[in-house]
Write a new protein. Sequence first.
Length: 371
Amino acid sequence: MNDSYDVAVVGAGIIGLGAAYAAVRRGQRVIVIDRAAEPNGATIRNFGHLCIGAQAGAARRYGDKARDIWLTLAREAGFWLRESGTLVVARHEDELALLSAAAETGGIDILSAGETESRLPIAAGTAVGGAHIRTDLQTDPRTASVAIRRYLADQGVEFLLRTSVRSVSEGRVATSRGIISAGLVVVAVNHDIDQLLPELAEAAGVQRCGLDMLRARADLRAPLAAPLLTGWSLTRYGRFAALPEVVAVRKRLHTERPDLAALDLNQMYTQLPDGTLIVGDTHVRGDSVAPFQPETAAELLVSEAETLFGVPLRVIERWQGVYASAPEDFLVDTTMPGLAVLAATTGIGMTTGLGLAETSLAPLLPAPATA
């Protein structure tokens, strides 16, 4: 390890990797510092769903930029990625009305009940209609993050792992292995921003969001051809949540199932190449998140999945995810020369993180060596 770099990135999650990619492709000498030996945070504890077409505003701009980068990295780093789009099942007319309203701005194909059930391995009679969001992608988060790290290392990025960062300042990172100097320091530590830069975190209202997820096997009648969203998902994502039609959906869901509403449910599913289903997820926010996961949450996740697909599930893994949450969807602070702080402060880091890093750092770095 040298002690001086063009760019030092603190945090090896998806935004940190995006920052390293943005810098190295501009010919910069880059080091990435992380306290863990291997990926174990929010970057691997997710669905692998890159739900670009469900976003609005800045999230959509970052997502569109990230989509191009994901496609490039999958090709160059050699990990599994599919241009599947996203399928949405509407189980009530108000959900179909919401999907139809969103489709007016393009990129979403509305499906009949028959078309939806022919494309999804769900129980007969479940759908009143559905939709296909064209632009979305899917990857396996566990293998993708490892492959991206390996690819960046091959491009000359240094990784300093099992190393804690004690403080950051303009052009300087104090670590447990010594001082690292850099022309630009990028802080991408997700919810741990409150540990490294507590005043900034407090000013932005950063908290932690904990969620319950699991992986299961099920004898579906056909593979899940794309990530699957439900009405609960539509109430969360910006493109749908901003429409007036969402009010009826949210009111009905919360009235019919207050137990699921209390979990702040996003009922959605992805299927990995090995055939297993990722099932989730619940949400709870606070300055800290208790490590204890109530079994009721897992039981409801399994029960709702079994009802939707009409087959039993066998759970093979459970986990708790934790990510940064704040009133605004993103924290971008470049007010101090030589220091950039980046975070997705909502649950769409995989969807937007690569684009967030590229867009935010482009003005601070030289032009890319290649277009």
